[in-house]
Design a protein around this ligand. Structure first.
Ligand code: GTP
Ligand code: MG
Length: 196
C-alpha cells in the first residue's frame, strides 16, 4: 500500500522480488543498484552479505517527481528458502507490486510452482489476490542449458496473463524492463486507474 505524505510531498511504494531460493532476486536488485545513476547507493542486506538471503535485501529507488510528489520505490527481496516463512509473510505486508523471479532450470520447476502457490496463499491472507495485484514474471537464467521453454514456463506459472520476460539477471538482460513495466502498473493504480 503506497504511502503518501502530503506535508513533505512524497510518495513511497513497496516492490517485492519474490521467488524460490536461488532464482536470482538478489542478483536483480544488485544489477539495478550498479546501473542506476546514483553511484553512492548500495543494496542494504539484513543480515549483511549472507548468500542465500536470510531476511531481506533493500534498495531505495527515486524515480523523480510525479504531479509534484517526489516518488520513491522501495525494492525488497524476500528469501526464497522455506525456513523463512515468517519473514516472508512479514515482508509482504503493505506491498504495491511484485516481480516474481522464476528459475528456468527444469529441476527448479516444482520449486517455482510451490513459490507461486505460497504467494497466492499469503496474498489471500491479506485479502489480496494474485489476479488483481500488479505483478510481472521474470523467467530467469535463460543462459543455462537444461531449461524449460518459455511456453512451458508460461503454462506452468503465468495463469493470470501477467506481463512476462525472459532474462539473465546475472548479465543484466531484462532486469530493468520488468521493473519498468511493474512501476507503470503501480503508478496507474496510484492514480486511481486499472492496469489491465
Ligand atoms: N547462470 C545464471 N546464474 C544466475 C542468474 N541470475 C542469478 N544467478 C546465480 O544464481 C545464484 C543465486 O542468485 P541470487 O540472486 O542470490 O538468488 P536469490 O533469488 O536472491 O536467492 P535467495 O536469497 O536464496 O532467495 C547466484 O550464484 C547467482 O550468481 C542468471 O541469469 N544466470
Ligand atoms: Mg537473495
Amino acid at each position: 500500500m503506497s504511502l503518501l505524505n502530503y506535508n513533505s510531498k512524497e510518495i513511497h511504494c513497496k516492490i517485492i522480488y519474490y521467488g524460490p531460493t536461488g532464482s536470482g532476486k538478489t542478483s536483480n536488485i544488485k544489477w539495478i543498484c550498479r546501473n542506476t545513476q546514483d553511484q553512492k547507493l548500495d543494496v542494504f542486506s539484513i543480515p549483511l552479505k549472507t548468500k542465500p538471503s536470510t531476511f531481506f535485501d533493500f534498495l531505495p529507488l527515486d524515480v523523480g517527481t510525479i504531479r509534484g510528489f517526489k516518488t520513491r520505490f522501495h525494492l525488497y527481496t524476500i528469501p526464497g528458502n522455506k525456513l523463512f516463512e515468517t519473514s516472508q509473510k512479514l515482508l509482504l505486508k503493505g506491498l504495491d507490486g511484485i516481480v516474481f523471479v522464476a528459475d528456468s532450470q527444469k529441476e527448479k520447476m516444482a520449486e517455482n510452482k510451490e513459490a507461486m502457490e505460497k504467494l497466492k496463499q499469503y496474498l489471500n491472507e491479506e485479502s489480496l489476490s494474485l489476479e488483481k495485484i500488479p505483478m510481472v514474471i521474470q523467467y530467469n537464467k535463460r543462459d543455462l542449458q537444461n531449461i524449460h521453454s518459455v511456453t512451458q514456463m508460461r503454462t506452468a506459472l503465468n495463469h493470470y496473463n501477467h506481463p512476462d520476460f525472459s532474462a539473465c539477471a546475472e548479465k543484466g538482460q531484462n532486469v530493468f524492463e520488468p521493473l519498468k513495466t511493474l512501476l507503470k502498473m503501480v503508478l496507474t493504480v496510484l492514480k486511481g486507474g486499472q492496469f489491465q
